[in-house]
Ligand binder design. Sequence first.
Ligand code: COA
Length: 158
Amino acid sequence: MSPTLKPAAVYRRVGLNRIEDLLDLEEASFPSDRSSRRNLRNLLRSPSAYCAAAYLRGELVGGIVVLFRSNAKVARIYSIAVSENARGMGIGQGMLRRAEREARRRGCDRLRLEARMGNTPAIRLYEKLGFEAVRILPGYYEDGAHGTVYLKQLDSPR
Ligand SMILES: CC(C)(COP(=O)(O)OP(=O)(O)OC[C@H]1O[C@@H](n2cnc3c(N)ncnc32)[C@H](O)[C@@H]1OP(=O)(O)O)[C@@H](O)C(=O)NCCC(=O)NCCS
C-alpha cells in the first residue's frame, strides 16, 4: 500500500468502557504474561497509569499503558500492542510518541520498558525511537524467555 493511502489513526485516552477490546488485543498479541481482567481494570482506573488507544475508523487497533510513580523521573511502558491487521502503519510509533509526551508532561526525563529477546518488530521500533538496551533480564518471562531493559532519555533528538 502506498504510504499516502494509509488511513490515519486517531489516538485517545481509553477507559473502562473499552476493556473487552483491550483484553482481546492482549490475547491476540502476547504469547504469555498477559494482563488479567482485574489487573487491566485497576490500570484503567489508576491515576498513576496513562492508558491510550489507537482507532482506525472507530475500531480499537492499538493500546498502550504507561506507569508513573510519584517523585520518580522515569516512566515505564507497561504494555504496547497493535492488532495484527494494523501493524506496519506507524501506529506503534504514534502511541509511543504520545507516551513520551505524557511522560514529559508529568515531569519525567526517561522512559523505560522491557522487551522479549527476539521480538524483532518491537526492538526495531524502540531502537528507531532512540531507546537503548541497558540490561539483560534472564528468564524474565513466564515461559523462561529472557528480556532486555530499554531506556530512552526524553531529551534525545529521536
Ligand atoms: C511491536 C508492535 C507494537 C509494533 O507496532 P506497529 O504499529 O506495527 O509498528 P510501526 O508501524 O509504528 O513501526 C515503526 C517502526 O518499527 C519497526 N518495525 C515495526 N514492525 C517491524 C517488523 N515487523 N520488522 C522490522 N521492523 C519493524 C520499523 O523500524 C518501523 O519503522 P519503519 O516503518 O519506518 O520501517 C507490534 O508489532 C505488536 O503489537 N506486536 C505484538 C505485541 C508486542 O510484541 N508488543 C511489544 C512488547 S515489548
